[in-house]
Structures are given as structure tokens and as C-alpha cells.
Design a protein around this ligand. Structure first.
Ligand code: GDP
Length: 588
């Protein structure tokens, strides 16, 4: 794989650099923080700062290049090289429920899936490609708008064109408005498909007026929005719609670089028996090939298999191509950016950097004002118990996390959730848990033999439970170990020194009268002269009339052999206070 070149004209924002490196913004901000720079996502970094950060992160295969003039900035705000090539438009079909999105996609693809689908709700985002007039168009099945919003948050633009489907017999509805807002927010071009014109109640001019009221001015009326009356069901005017999509694409001059490491977005991911993780990707740059290493969020893959939307094997995928790949160690999230890296080592490192950053981010997001106060007042005493939680389903992970957070440690221990995830304990989990006070808890999940061997070697405890209370008890025990032991002193007796027979460097032989309680071998003695404590000693043995005894009680006179840490010159008239000292472990 060739070196990736990031060109910097003057400066680059934190967001842009993170995207270009395939790192999360939090990772980058975290690293900047370590370098003493408190940066925000939109902060601009100069060339030198960016270079230092890349060095510090140990990212290889990336070279920064100073650039003097800015070239064309694409829709994605990415600077393209001079040899960027044309790419197909990525089109999302959105609109109110039942206005005909599925039917439209379906008719376009000459497939028949709409009949069996309840309410037309699309569960998963998927993508298809269509050839029209010898040109490709990529269609995205409508995901929930939140999902799109998530992608926007990741700083990536998934769609070039949004086709808003509005039923001519129903007009603008709440989800139509949402779709308009989304498209505008994502800076995508809007084309309206006024659907169901075959219906009796269809009223195209009224629908157009309705849309105009919501800010979409039809071209016919001097505005800038193309509106195409169609019947998705009866395949009327769909060619016109496709023509308009291609025309818009031409005006947008959609391009991508292909001679760069591949990159793109995760548009769907799920587990399949026998295949493991099955992930749909949309390539946005470079050329994705099987066998390549790609990182997405906290995980990475060596692309094992790659198929197109029909399930046909595909050796390589160019920009705007949706593909389904296997080989991810864990499921990446919808909207995660993927990026090709040189080798497994680099992939693992980047995934880890992203994982740590997201753990940091979630940990800090979980801090409440009470926690903060606690941190401020007890900053020095607080100890951190790190846990990594794996569960069979998301629900169990959440309840384990919630229950762990409920353990009251009186503010002495901070629970740090390093990471959470669904599925068996993995190599990456063990990597992440190689730190002090870190335990991996598995709830209803397994640990492959090689992973438990690896964990044993790295001293990473993995504890798997099927009963949540047992898991919590274990966590409490672990946390108790971190609690400072309480030191409890119990008074035993007092003595007045009447004679000092010998004083050595660490030993004293003396005699005296027990004035209170008792004195016995093993107890400690505080030596008091007047009002001052002058030292501490341990009672080694006790004698009465030159015979070793087990104790001297109040009123008795006897001899003592004391041991001391350093030389103490005991004097007649000194007082000894006997006591025991115990360390008591607190239990949660
Ligand atoms: P979605 O919820 O937006 O995906 O809507 P669907 O594609 O599931 O369509 C909802 C209903 O409208 C289905 O019964 C379709 O058969 C019907 N429908 C969709 N497009 C048309 C059209 O152009 N004409 C007519 N008459 N019915 C349509």
C-alpha cells in the first residue's frame, strides 16, 4: 500500500485531520491535550502541530504535505487531487411513511419486496446500485433519520442527493418536513418525487404549493428545486427522475480520488452465524480490495470476503460502491468511518487508540456533578477500578454497567468502564485490559481458549458469570481490595517505668508497674514522657519475678523486653500505653 498524503493548505481543523487519519476526533483531542493543547473540534492546527501529533500517535504510512493554493473542495469538504475521477452519485430516498419510498426503490430495481413488508418500515439501511444510461447511481434505503443524523455527527456526508418522496394525494407530512431539514442540514441536493400521480386524489400543483410553503420552490415557478411527478407503482416518469438525478450529479461534479488508501463509511453491520460480522460499507475514496486491512471505530478487519448488493463476489470496489464485507473482529457502528491501513499492527493500534478515546469520552460523559465534587474533594484518595464488560446482548451489558455504578464505595473508588461490548471476550478486550486494577467481566459469554491463555500470560483477570449478583459480589470484592484498610487501635493497659536495666540499639529491658489494664507479649507500647510521645515499642516478653509470664495485670510489678525501631533511652518515670493495632479491611 502506498503512503497516504494529507495535504495541508495553511492549516487543518481537528475534525478534518481526524477524518483524514481515520481516527476519532476524541482521540486526536486527547493527544493534543497530552501535548498541552486544549483544542476543540473546529480548532485549526498548523502544519507543524499536525506533524508532531501524527508522530506522537505513532501513525505510520501517512505524510503531511504543505500546499500553497487550495484546489476544489468537494461536497465532503475533502480536498481532491488533480487526478480525482468521476464517481456515481449517492442518493437517499426519504419521505413520509407510506408515500412510496420502498415502492420507488423497488420499481427502480425491478424487484418485488414491497408486498410482504409491514407498513413499509425499513429495518436496516442497505444500499443498491443501478445502471441507467450506462451510468451508475447508488441508492440508499432510508434508515431512520436519527441514523443519518449520527452520520452527520461523525462529520461525514453520506448522501449527495436526497430524493424526497411526497404522495400527491397526501401532501407534506411531518416526516416530509424532517426529510427536508435533514437534506438541508447535510448540504445535499434535493429532488422531489411527487408520487402516486396515478391516484384519483392526486393533485400535483397543490403538492407543489404545499412544498413551496415549506421552503422548497419548484423550478417551474422560478425556484431551484427539481420536482418530478411520478408513479412509483406504475413506473411512470421514473426515467425522468433518473435523468434529473444524473443531471444534478453532473452539476455537482462528483469526484473521488482512487489512488489513495481506501476509505468510506459503515452503513450497516450485524452478526451472522457461520460468517461472523457482516458489514455493509460504502466506499467514498480509494479502491477497497479483499485482503486489505481496514479500521473502523474501535475495531478492524482484514477484508475476508467482499460481495456487491446482489451477493456477487467483488474483488475491488471503487468510490460510491456499496459492498458487504466479512472479517471485522467486532461489529463497527453505523456511521463509523473506515480507512485502509498498512498492516495488522497498524490496524490494531488505530482501533485501540479509538477505543481508548471513546472509553475516555464515555467515562467523562458519565461524570455527574456529584462525581465531580467527589473528585475535587477526594482527588488524591480516590482509586480507580477499571472494568471491561462483555455481555451476550446489549440489554445485559447495560444492566451490568448500571448495577456496577450502583455500588457505593463512599467515594473512595472510581469505577472506570474501559469498554463494553456484545459477544465473547476478544483479543482486543484483553489488550485494552492490560492495566492496573482492570478486570474483564463476561456476562453469559464465553472466552475462547487462546484468549484465556493470552489473558493469563498478560495477567488480565477474566471473570465470567451467568448470575448478575455473583458478578456484582466479585466486583465488590475486587473493589474492597482497593479500599484503604482502616487502622484500628485498641487500648490494652498502662505502665509506669520504675527501672531501666539495659538499652540497646533496638531493644530495651525495663521494669515497672501496671497501672491500668494489662500488659502481654505482642502488644505495642507508646512511650510517653510528660505530655510528649517519644516513641513506640513492641512488647516482646513479660516477666514476673524473673519468670516469663503471659501477662501482667493492673497492680503487678514486672519486667519487660521491648523492641524498638531505633534507639530510645527509656527513663524512670516514663509511661507506657499498651495497645493493639489492627488493619481492618473494609467490605463493600
Ligand atoms: P414507504 O412507507 O414510503 O416505503 O411506502 P411504500 O412504498 O411501502 O408504499 C405504501 C403504499 O403505497 C403501498 O401500498 C404501495 O403499493 C402504495 N404506492 C406506492 N407508490 C404508489 C404509486 O405510485 N401509486 C399508487 N397508487 N400506490 C402507490
Amino acid at each position: 500500500m502506498q503512503e497516504k498524503v494529507i495535504q495541508i493548505t495553511g492549516s487543518i481543523t481537528v475534525d478534518e485531520l481526524a477524518n483524514a487519519l481515520g481516527l476519532s476526533v476524541t482521540t486526536l483531542i486527547g493527544q493534543l491535550f497530552k501535548e498541552g493543547i486544549v483544542a476543540t473540534i473546529n480548532q485549526r492546527l498548523d502544519f507543524d502541530t499536525a506533524s508532531i501529533i501524527i508522530d506522537e500517535l505513532g501513525i505510520e504510512g501517512v505524510r503531511l504535505e504543505k500546499k500553497n493554493s487550495s484546489t476544489q473542495i468537494s461536497h465532503e469538504q475533502r480536498e481532491l487531487s488533480d487526478h480525482a475521477v468521476e464517481r456515481p452519485p449517492v442518493v437517499a430516498v426519504m419521505g413520509h411513511v407510506d408515500h412510496g419510498k420502498t415502492t420507488l426503490l423497488d420499481t427502480l430495481l425491478h424487484k418485488k419486496t414491497v408486498e410482504g413488508e409491514a407498513g413499509g418500515i425499513t429495518q436496516h439501511i442497505s444500499a443498491y446500485q443501478l445502471k441507467y444510461n450506462d451510468r451508475l447511481i447508488t441508492f440508499l434505503d432510508t434508515p431512520g433519520h436519527e441514523a443519518f443524523a449520527a452520520i452527520r455527527q461523525h462529520g461525514a456526508m453520506l448522501t449527495d442527493i436526497v430524493v424526497i418522496v411526497v404522495a400527491a394525494d397526501d401532501g407534506v407530512k411531518p416526516q416530509t418536513i424532517e426529510a427536508i431539514k435533514f437534506a438541508q442540514g447535510a448540504n445535499a441536493k434535493i429532488i422531489v418525487a411527487i408520487n402516486k400521480i396515478d391516484r384519483e386524489g392526486a393533485d400535483v400543483p397543490r403538492t407543489m404549493a404545499d412544498l413551496a410553503q415549506h421552503g422548497l420552490q419548484p423550478e417551474e415557478w422560478g425556484g431551484d428545486i427539481t420536482m418530478v411527478p411520478i408513479s412509483a407503482k406504475q413506473n411512470q416518469n421514473l426515467d425522468k427522475l433518473l435523468d434529473m438525478i444524473l443531471l444534478t450529479a453532473d452539476l455537482e461534479e462528483l469526484k473521488a480520488d482512487v489512488d489513495i488508501p481506501s476509505e468510506g463509511l459503515v452503513i450497516e453491520s450485524h452478526m451472522e452465524t457461520g460468517k461472523g460480522s457482516v458489514v455493509n460499507l460504502l466506499v467514498t475514496g480509494g479502491e477497497l480490495k479483499t485482503g486489505e486491512f481496514i479500521v473502523a471505530g474501535n475495531t478492524y478487519a482484514k477484508v475476508r470476503t467482499m460481495v456487491d448488493f446482489r451477493g456477487k463476489p467483488k474483488g475491488k470496489a471503487l468510490p460510491s460502491t456499496p459492498v458487504t464485507v466479512t472479517g471485522f473482529k467486532e461489529l463497527p457502528n453505523f456511521g463509523d468511518r473506515f480507512i485502509e491501513v498498512a498492516d495488522e499492527k497498524a490496524a490494531r493500534k488505530m482501533a485501540l487508540l479509538n477505543a481508548n478515546a471513546s472509553a475516555d469520552a464515555s467515562a467523562s460523559a458519565n461524570v455527574t456533578s456529584t462525581d465531580l465534587l467527589r473528585m475535587m474533594t477526594k482527588a488524591d484518595n480516590s482509586k480507580v477500578f477499571n472494568v471491561l464488560i462483555k455481555g451476550d446482548v446489549l440489554g445485559s451489558v447495560t444492566s451490568v454497567v448500571d448495577s456496577l455504578k450502583m455500588i457505593d464505595t463512599g467515594g473512595e473508588i472510581t469505577l472506570n468502564i474501559v469498554a463494553t461490548g456484545v459477544g465473547d471476550v476478544t483479543e482486543n478486550d484483553v489488550y485494552m485490559a492490560t492495566g492496573e486494577n482492570t478486570v474483564i467481566y463476561g456476562f453469559n459469554v464465553g472466552v475462547p481458549i487462546n484468549i484465556s491463555k493470552m489473558a493469563a500470560r498478560d495477567n488480565v483477570p477474566i471473570r465470567c458469570y451467568k448470575v448478575i449478583y455473583e458478578l456484582l459480589d466479585d466486583a465488590k470484592k475486587e473493589m474492597s481490595k482497593l479500599l484503604d484498610a482502616e487502622i484500628v487501635e485498641t487500648p490494652v493497659g498502662k505502665m509506669k517505668i520504675k527501672g531501666v536495666f539495659r538499652t540497646e540499639r533496638t531493644a530495651i529491658i525495663a521494669g515497672g508497674e501496671v497501672t491500668e489494664g494489662k500488659c502481654e507479649p505482642g502488644v505495642l507500647a507508646r512511650i510517653i514522657r510528660g505530655k510528649e510521645i517519644i516513641g513506640e515499642a513492641k512488647v516482646e516478653s513479660v516477666q514476673k519475678e524473673k519468670m516469663g509470664v503471659s501477662e501482667l495485670i493492673s497492680g503487678e510489678i514486672g519486667g519487660l523486653a521491648l523492641s524498638t525501631e531505633h534507639k530510645i533511652q527509656l527513663e524512670i518515670g516514663d509511661k507506657l500505653e499498651f495497645f493493639t493495632r489492627e488493619e481492618k479491611r473494609k467490605e463493600l
